[in-house]
Each structure stands twice: as structure tokens, then as C-alpha cells.
Design a protein around this ligand. Structure first.
Ligand code: MN
Length: 187
């Protein structure tokens, strides 16, 4: 199994959310481990960029503007703007015309997001959510959930994957429910 990022990378602080004006559990849960908490929580957008850069760079070693723009379905000029911002934050090294590489700090944050993404996608796939929806929903939830929840989900998936009976039983259960819904729909 891959090494897990330290769960303390993730905190579930409460804050006043600018968009709703109300107190919310912080939507942007990445922060540095205790003792390294020099940085406040990051925005979802920053997290998405770090994740995309990580995915692109995993294949090529570095991430070009055009590849990240494609990965996130945004314009190259927004990517350049964000690359500069991430550079100022010390999360990437930006070279004009070449693209970016993650700094060790940027990389450790990206690894947490990717870990969250894979955990949640694994869970959604396990319960039979179609691939495209699992991908989209994982990308939404990865920013939102407490690290405690992510860990329990991880353990649940690991545990259920060891039980072949579960998959058979759950699939049969879903079929029964679909059958019942179809029947009551026809009445
Ligand atoms: Mn994602």
C-alpha cells in the first residue's frame, strides 16, 4: 500500500465563510501539521491546481500551462495567473515558457488531495457509482470532509474489499431495490 500522508495535514477548522456569511466548518481543510502551521487554510481553487499539477507532473516531471489548462478545463491565461500566485506562495517553481514543478511543500499538499481523491473515488466505485460521477463527486468531497471521515472511509473500503461476500450481497440488494421500484412505478 502507498504511504499515507500524515492525517494532521488536514484540519477541520471553523471559520466565517465569505460566500455564505455564516460560520461553516472550514471548506478548505488543508493546513500544515501542528508546529508547521505557518500557513492558513488553502482555497479549494489552490488545492485543485496543486492536484492537477501533481497529476500532470507525475507523467512528465513538470507541468506545462497548456496541460494544466486542459486538466482543469480553464483558460491558459488563468493558469499563468495562478502559477504566479502559487509561485509567490512557495508552492511551485514557475519558469515562464516551461511551466511549473511543485516545491516539497506544494507536493506534500498535493499528495494529501490526491490521497483524499483516491480514497473517496474508491468508496464511490465500491458502492456502484458510475465512473464519471465518482470522479466528479470525489473532486467535490476531497475538499470538504474531516480527515477523521476520510480515514474511516479508507478503512471501510479496505475492510469491504477483503470480503467478497459483501460485493455479491450488495449488488443483489441493489437489484432487488431496482426491481421493487420498477414494480411500484408501474402500478
Ligand atoms: Mn480531485
Amino acid at each position: 500500500m502507498r504511504g499515507r500522508p500524515h492525517p494532521d495535514h488536514l484540519c477541520g477548522k471553523r471559520c466565517n465563510d465569505d460566500t455564505t456569511g455564516g460560520p461553516l466548518r472550514h471548506r478548505h481543510m488543508i493546513s500544515m501539521a501542528p508546529g508547521r502551521c505557518g500557513r492558513g487554510p488553502l482555497s479549494r481553487k489552490v488545492e485543485d491546481y496543486l492536484e492537477a499539477i501533481f497529476r500532470v507532473a507525475r507523467e512528465k516531471g513538470y507541468a506545462r500551462t497548456s496541460d494544466v489548462a486542459k486538466e482543469l478545463s480553464v483558460s491558459p491565461s488563468s493558469v499563468v495567473e495562478m502559477f504566479q500566485k502559487l509561485g509567490h506562495m512557495g508552492l511551485v517553481t514557475y519558469r515562464r515558457y516551461e511551466g511549473v514543478t511543485l516545491t516539497p511543500e506544494g507536493r506534500s499538499i498535493a499528495e494529501v488531495i490526491v490521497y483524499r481523491h483516491e480514497t473517496l473515488k474508491g468508496f464511490l466505485s465500491l458502492i456502484g457509482v458510475p465512473e464519471r460521477i465518482a470522479e466528479e463527486d470525489a473532486c467535490f468531497m476531497e475538499h470538504e470532509l474531516h480527515s477523521e471521515t476520510i480515514e474511516r472511509v479508507r478503512e471501510l473500503v479496505e475492510c469491504l474489499e477483503r470480503s467478497p461476500a459483501f460485493k455479491t450481497e450488495f449488488e443483489a440488494f441493489i437489484k432487488t431495490r431496482e426491481f421493487e421500484r420498477d414494480r411500484s412505478g408501474r402500478r
